[in-house]
Design a protein around this ligand. Structure first.
Ligand SMILES: [Zn+2]
Length: 234
């Protein structure tokens, strides 16, 4: 795994990217200059992809065992992040109401930059939001999080099985998830579950191939609704 911390722009394109992100930050009224540590006494902000992943998985274990600590929610943390943020990971997850990243990773205010779209589908707005996390806040890790029994994946499988077009804007989701579903149509077992993993890996690989995300390590994972556990996909 490539573990990187925030880097200074090394070339003109990177500089322009960082400049554009900074302008976006200013326009949005947020501030990037934030302390690297959280609430006094709390663990330091994870600085590498390895540390970020370990922190996420530790938090997920707490959550799965119903031992969440609910960190970084107190008054001191609110004051700390009111004027700046320094999230340590960017998470792309589904909009599914059962998959809120801050809860299932047991993280708090200012810890995660979360981007959510049905079925983790990528479009320009999602890509721009993910780039915001990498270019502006230097998150060393992007995690694409698929999940068990994803409705967007199930709708895609249904469309492939019946041939009935998805209504309205839902067709965008089917178009995006379709290639992964089609690629694993002959695998034995649950077609939806195979597609959940295949699609998360495909979104991961798309991000890895994009120059904008080179400064970060991009991983895919699957969230199990039954156990509450997140597993990294190889
Ligand atoms: Zn879903």
């Amino acid at each position: 795994m490539r573990a990187t911390s925030r880097r200074r722009p090394a070339n003109r394109r990177a500089f322009l990217t960082a400049t554009a992100a900074t302008a976006l930050t200013s326009a949005a009224g947020t501030a990037a200059a934030a302390p690297a540590r959280g609430t006094a006494g709390a663990a330091p902000r994870p600085a590498t992809a390895d540390e970020a992943l370990a922190t996420l998985l530790e938090g997920n274990r707490r959550w799965a065992e119903v031992h969440s600590r609910h960190p970084h929610e107190d008054r001191a943390r609110r004051r700390e992040v009111a004027h700046g943020q320094h999230p340590f990971a960017t998470v792309l997850s589904c909009v599914d109401s059962r998959v809120p990243p801050e809860l299932l990773f047991d993280q708090g205010l200012g810890d995660l930059l979360c981007v959510r779209s049905a079925g983790e589908v990528l479009d320009e707005a999602v890509l721009g939001s993910l780039q915001f996390g990498v270019a502006e806040f230097g998150t060393p890790l992007i995690l694409v999080l698929g999940h068990e029994r994803c409705g967007a994946v199930a709708a895609t499988i249904k469309q492939l099985r019946t041939g009935e077009p998805a209504p309205g804007h839902l067709s965008r989701l089917v178009e995006s998830i379709g290639p992964a579903a089609w690629a694993c149509r002959d695998q034995p077992g649950d077609w939806v579950e195979h597609t959940v993993a295949a699609h998360a890996r495909r979104m991961r690989d798309t991000l890895r191939a994009d120059h904008a995300f080179r400064p970060a390590t991009v991983l895919a994972a699957r969230f199990d609704l039954d156990t509450g556990l997140v597993r990294v996909l190889r």
